[in-house]
Every structure is written in C-alpha cells, then in structure tokens.
Design a protein around this ligand. Structure first.
Ligand SMILES: [Zn+2]
Length: 450
C-alpha cells in the first residue's frame, strides 16, 4: 500500500471507521483540506444485502465539459464547465456487513487496456492553497447549520449577498463562502418558501385579516404544500344569496406565474351589474378539481336556493362537472368565451378588419336570434355569404357552435326561456373578466407566486 509514502502528492487519509457516510466524507475532507485537496462522492455501488460501497474521489477528476446548458429551477440557464484534470486519486468507503459502520479502504493500482498503471493514491496536479476556497464541495459542506441560519437572517433583514459574505467572514472562523454560494443559498430559501408554508401562510393570514373566507387544502403527503385554496368575501356571499339566478364560471391558467388554474365565479345583480363571488386556485383542471370547486360554490349558495343558470365555456370537463354538482340548474354557454374561441380560431384568416367585423357581426346576430325561424333564416344567409370565401371558418362555427347540442346552450331562441335577464347577463361578461384579471393581480395573490 502506498499510504505510507510521504510524497505530498500521494498521501491517503487514515483508515478509520465511521457511523455514517456523511461523517466519513466530512472527516476525510477535514484531513484533505490543509493538504490542498477535497473529496466528493463519485460513485455509489450496491454490494447486495442493501450494503453500499462509495467511491470518494478527488474533486478535480471531472474532465468532460458539459456542453448543453443545464436548466436549474429558479436559476435560469447555467453553463457547467469543469476545471477537472482527470485526477484518479480516490479511496473507497464501504458499509460494514452488519451495516452499522462505514470503513475507509484504499484502492489497489489498476492496469488499464493500454498497459498504463493507474495509481489511485496519486494526484496529477499540484495542491490548492489549502484554505478550501477553491473547492465548492468544501464550501457547500461548511455552509450548513448556524452559518446557513445566519445567511437566512441576514437575507431576511434585506442584506445583499456581498454584505452577507463579509458578515460570515467576520463572525465565523475561516469562512469559505463566496458571493455565488450566498446567492445559491438565497435561491434555495426562496424555493422552499414558494412551495412551503411560509408564503401561503402569509397569503391566508392576509385574507383572514381582511375578512375573507378562505379554505386551504394541503397535500396529504406534504402537509406544508398547498393543494388548493378557495376564497370569497362574506359580502359577496350575502349578495350571491340575493342574486343567484345567473352565475358565470371561468377557469383560466394565465393569471399568475404559478401553474395553478384560477377558478372564478361571477354573479349578476338585478341591474345587470357583475360582482365577484369567489376564487379558487386549483391543482388542475380535471373534472374532479372542478367538482371540488363547484361543491364549494354549492355550500355557499346554501340549501334553500332555487336552481338558476350557469354559464361556462365549451370545455367538456367543466360542463360535466356542472352537471354532476348542479343537476337541476340550466347549463348554458358564455357568449364571451364563445367570441374568444371564434376569434382565436378564425380571425387570422381574414385579410381586413372590416371583413372580420362583418363576419363577427353575422355570428353575433345568429346568436341573438329571438326565434328558431329567425335563427334558420340568419344561418342560411351567413352560410351563403361566407362559404365561397371562408368555408373553413363557416364550418368551424357550424360544427362547433351550431350543432343541436351547443346552439341550445347559446342561441337566444333556445336560451331566452332561462335567461330572464336577457342578453345583458352575458354581454356584461367582457367587463367582468377584465375586472377580475385586474383584481387578481393584487400583491396578496402574487405572494403565492413570488
Ligand atoms: Zn487530485
């Protein structure tokens, strides 16, 4: 064995036994630090019977440059380059048969295919300064416990990474942290806050203080992670009980930087003015998620409320969820959503704004047909006008909105019976949506996604 060699480049840490692998790596690094080296775990190998063998190698082993930029959450694009020298210096850390301890072992020299002897006890490069600052693995190991707590405190007090770094230098012996380590630690706090309780607690406390009713649901296996949150203002609920003939339901994805869809309920009062009833951040937009949100709405309505009309978009998931929770209510389609879909699908096919406006006028006029006879007449004219030049756009409308199921949910000739408030109930929707988008962008809500 070469561990007795006194050559600075070929010394191995003492053979010792440790109770944990972390303790083993920590201790060999304490030994390596003043010598100008550092170990990282390079390989983990199963020995069977749930025992493990670890390879602790010189941190300058890596040679290959990772050319593809690695995307790390919250850190944007980061190029990983390596200062590796291809150093083979390494030792083994083997779990004992009874799995109670970890033992350091040396590696026998190896002769590779080209006949070259690889001596695992030799570095192929000079040592570093011996302070440890050149070794990220040592800096990371050091930035734990009270040092990490100190960084968090300083960060919470509003200090910048540079000044946190000098704080550590002054207050802790031989501190190795560079500004980038502090930035990494801060990014980690932010991540854990976003997913953890801190941030959602802030949101819920604020809503509570402002008199909102909120109902957070946490993940079963991760009790600190928010699954969904329902919230409503008590005055909205009082108002809802007075005016609950027509409700508009919307589910949008793009209200925030998070990925939770926002489920909104909008009411219409006697003077055709809209009001926000409730919001709910949902885990997804599946039928199950929507049923949960609709059940919350049902609870708010109370038991003695008589069935009214619910307006939604054309998505099958929301339509079947409404049918499941509000079987007695009439489910209709919201004209605002319909216009948005028609616009997304067809607008690009029209050369001029005038032509597009005319097409939309025709469509809107069909939707507001007061009787079936007038409806049939209007569709006939619309078809004759647009099929020669915009067959595809006409077919989109005919197949997606004027089939027997959907026209009964959107064209006045069929819906007037239910929409006592007339078209105002739906034409108001555009304004409502704009108001809600604005309300939702308040800082309270952003807190969840900061
Ligand atoms: Zn080395």
């Amino acid at each position: 064995m070469s561990n007795t060699t006194n050559n600075n480049n070929s010394e191995l840490p003492p053979i010792k036994s440790y109770s944990t692998r972390e303790e083993a790596l920590d201790d060999v690094n304490k030994w390596a630090l003043p010598r100008g080296y550092a170990f990282t775990i390079r390989r983990s190998q199963s020995l069977g019977n749930e025992r493990t063998k670890l390879l602790f190698g010189c941190d300058l082993k890596a040679l290959k440059k990772v050319s593809a930029p690695m995307k790390e959450k919250g850190q944007g694009l980061r190029n990983k380059s390596s200062k590796g020298t291809g150093c083979n210096y390494s030792i083994l850390c083997v779990q004992s048969l009874n799995k109670n301890s970890w033992e350091i072992r040396y590696r026998e020299p190896w002769i590779d295919q080209s006949g070259t002897t690889i001596d695992y006890s030799c570095h192929n490069h000079p040592p570093s300064s011996g302070t440890g600052v050149e070794h990220p693995v040592l800096r990371r190991t050091q930035l734990k416990g009270e040092r990490r707590d100190a960084v968090e405190k300083q960060y919470n007090a509003g200090n910048k990474p540079r000044s946190i770094q000098s704080y550590l230098k002054t207050n802790f012996p031989r501190d190795l942290a560079v500004a980038q380590d502090i930035r990494n630690a801060v990014a980690e706090f932010k991540r854990s806050r976003k997913n953890g309780r801190n941030c959602t607690e802030v949101l819920l406390t604020e809503l509570e203080q402002k008199g909102w009713i909120s109902r957070p649901i946490w993940y079963e296996d991760e009790p600190n992670r928010l699954l969904s949150v329902f919230f409503a203002h008590p005055r909205s609920i009082e108002y809802l009980q007075l005016y609950c003939k027509v409700l508009i339901i919307d589910c949008t994805y793009n209200t925030n930087s998070g990925e939770m869809p926002l489920f909104e309920v909008i009411g219409i009062d006697a003077s055709s003015k809209s009001f926000c009833v409730s919001f709910e951040f949902l885990p997804g937009e599946t039928e199950g998620d929507l049923i949960q949100a609709l059940n919350h709405l049902n609870e708010m309505l109370g038991e003695d409320v008589r069935p009214g009309v619910i307006l939604t978009d054309k998505a099958e998931s929301i339509r079947s969820a409404v049918k499941a929770v509000f079987p007695e209510w009439k489910a209709l389609l919201c004209i605002w959503h319909a216009n948005k879909s028609v616009s997304e699908k067809c607008k690009g096919n029209f050369a001029t704004a005038e032509e597009w406006d005319e097409f939309m006028k025709g469509w809107t006029s069909i939707v507001s047909s007061p009787t079936v006879e007038i409806y049939l007449e209007k569709v006939k004219k619309f078809k004759a006008k647009w099929t020669p030049t915009h067959l595809e756009d006409y077919m989109y409308i005919e197949q997606n909105w004027l089939d027997s199921r959907n026209r009964a949910c959107i064209v006045s000739a069929w819906t007037n019976e239910y929409l006592h408030l007339g078209n105002t109930a739906t034409s108001r929707a555009e304004g409502i949506h704009a108001t809600i988008k604005r309300d939702i962008e308040t800082k309270n809500i952003d807190l969840l996604y900061a």
